[in-house]
Design a binder for this molecule. Structure first.
Ligand code: 5GP
Ligand code: ZN
Length: 119
């Protein structure tokens, strides 16, 4: 069923605690943890606890939880003190755009200059 944990999903395993992660924030609906391969001084992933393959699918099925993810991204930026200088919230969607984990997640990137367009 849509939203149910998937046995082969890395981020479902982080939600359940089967795979360890450096968690920085947790709510009833979301978990935020440090990316294992950071691309900026601040690089944190915010994920919904429910499983949907990407942000658009999450928005279609459970829009309030996508809003929770984005709000948490803002809270992470505030706690990491990158809100003043600016930060980026990225949802890579599809393998051609670099998505490698097919459980919706927001990258929160900050603490260095960020180019636009991103490349
Ligand atoms: P994507 O490429 O799908 O947009 O982002 C997946 C992100 O998950 C990548 O930035 C990658 O470094 C991160 N990642 C992959 N495996 C792990 C893991 O086991 N733990 C953590 N904390 N991050 C991971
Ligand atoms: Zn999942």
């Amino acid at each position: 069923m849509a939203g149910e944990p998937q046995a082969d999903c890395l981020f479902c395993k982080i939600v359940s605690g089967d795979v360890p992660a450096t968690v920085v924030r947790e709510t009833e609906t979301t978990v935020a943890f440090r990316d294992i391969n950071p691309q900026a001084p601040t690089h944190i992933l915010v994920i919904p606890k429910v499983h949907h393959p990407d942000a658009a699918a999450l928005a279609a099925a459970e829009p309030a939880i996508l809003a929770d993810v984005v709000r948490e991204a803002g809270e992470v930026a505030r706690e990491e003190k990158v809100d003043g200088t600016g930060y980026r919230i990225v949802f890579n969607t599809g393998s051609g755009a670099g998505q490698t984990v097919f459980h919706a997640h927001a990258h929160v990137l900050g603490g260095r200059g960020l180019q636009w367009p991103p490349g």
